[in-house]
Design a binder for this molecule. Structure first.
Ligand SMILES: *Cc1c(COP(=O)(O)O)cnc(C)c1O
Length: 389
């Protein structure tokens, strides 16, 4: 070992000592199943909410209709140089039309999106109000921006109102940043309530990350914003393609002037190679069919409420209103033990520990997909260990 590496090793040992060491698991996916070390388990840790990523017939249909000009594994350039293939414009037009918006802009990943938009649009005269539990990519975007930021208590909109009342005259722009379905708690944000604040505060903009809502919520799968009737009231309506949409990349739906601004100012759009055209074509294929999957959404809703009820009736508090269902046990040690136990019984669930979640709220995080049957969920429910006090 190089002498320089000793400090790294010490830190890794410390993490291992408090049950927080991370390793990359060697796994193989097969439909709703996952194989690890020779054992086949129900995959309860995927974001493939509609079961599209594992749907072979969809892939075959796509392959049979793909155009030669889209069959490219690289765009070989940033979109601002030579990487802006027609399929990019087509996808963005499809997004804008479907959402009924002026424009849309596609990015390499949700991480690029969140890390890039806020530094581009938030200057020294901007106040960012962000939920305490927003995703790491949003926190990094906030850190890179010149704005002042206040993190409000998770989903505490009374506090948001107080902060707005107190600060709205001090800044030319206030951007409220939230997810629509929170990735660790699975709770859903009352977007309509946030939209109503815009009537009182004309300098308020809403930035909503629908990473876990797009595809799954709303009649046509357009997310929580569709479900709550506020598709046209969110300034930065963001989402990712890597979860329910079974692809990769991300998008913002916004006014044209904001799109033009981002094309000029957003570093994670300008200084990165565009996603491969093949990938864009697949995203377009999936997105254009989103309206068809109502039955999958209904089924997912049904099995999700079944699991949420079981978690609660076993004595665990659970604020989830979605297919992300946490079972909060407290200590990291307990979470690791419990996850191992369930894996042994054929359920691939992972412990989530600090720093991903606050100290003392280590949990198992179940995430369900429409590919699971009622029977799968019943078996899981039978294996939940009641909370002991
Ligand atoms: C997964 C996720 C992201 C990151 O998206 P990627 O496309 O995976 O980079 C951003 N925001 C939230 C809330 C997420 O859950």
């Amino acid at each position: 070992m190089e002498q320089m590496d000793e400090a790294f090793l010490t830190e890794l040992d410390r993490l291992a000592g408090i049950n927080n060491l991370r390793v990359l698991p060697e796994v193989r996916q097969n439909g709703k199943w996952i194989e690890k070390e020779g054992a086949r388990m129900l995959n309860l840790s995927s974001n493939d909410y509609l079961g599209l990523a594992s749907d072979v017939s969809l892939k075959q249909e796509f392959m049979s209709e793909i155009k030669e000009e889209d069959f490219l594994f690289s765009s070989s350039s940033s979109r601002l140089l030579t990487g802006n293939f027609p399929v990019y414009t087509e996808l963005e037009q499809l997004l804008a039309d479907t959402f009924g918006a002026e424009s849309a802009l596609v990015f390499g990943s949700g991480y690029h999106m969140n890390m890039g938009i806020l530094p581009a649009v938030a200057d020294g005269n901007t106040l960012i109000l962000a939920d305490k539990l927003v995703h790491a990519s949003l926190i990094d975007g906030i850190r890179l921006s010149a704005a002042r930021c206040i993190r409000y208590r998770h989903q505490d909109y009374t506090q948001v109102e107080q902060l707005l009342e107190k600060h709205h005259t001090e800044y030319s722009r206030i951007i409220l940043v939230t997810e629509s379905v929170f990735s660790m708690d699975g709770d859903v944000v009352p977007l309509a309530r946030l939209v109503s604040l815009k009537k009182t505060y004309s300098n308020l903009m809403l930035y909503v990350d629908e990473a876990h809502g797009i595809g799954v919520r709303g009649q046509h799968g357009l997310g929580v914003a569709e479900e709550q009737g506020c598709l046209h009231d969110i300034d930065f309506l963001c989402g990712t393609f890597g979860k329910a949409l079974a692809s990769a990349g991300a998008y913002v739906v916004c006014r044209k002037v904001i799109r033009d601004y981002l094309v000029n100012k957003m570093r994670t759009l300008i200084f990165t190679t565009a996603l491969p055209p093949l990938n864009m074509a697949w995203t377009r294929f999936i997105f254009s069919r989103l309206g068809e999957w109502t039955e999958r959404r209904k089924h997912l809703d049904m099995i999700s409420s079944r699991l949420r009820e079981a978690v609660q009736s076993n004595g665990y508090e659970c604020a989830s209103g979605s297919y992300i269902v946490p079972l909060t046990v407290g200590s990291s040690e307990r979470a690791v033990w419990y996850a191992t136990e369930l894996q042994r019984k054929g359920f691939y669930v992972l412990p989530v520990r600090p720093p991903t979640v606050p100290e003392g709220t280590s949990r198992l995080r179940f995430s369900l997909t429409a590919a699971m049957t009622e029977e799968d969920i019943n078996l899981l429910v039978q294996n939940i260990i009641p909370r002991t006090v």
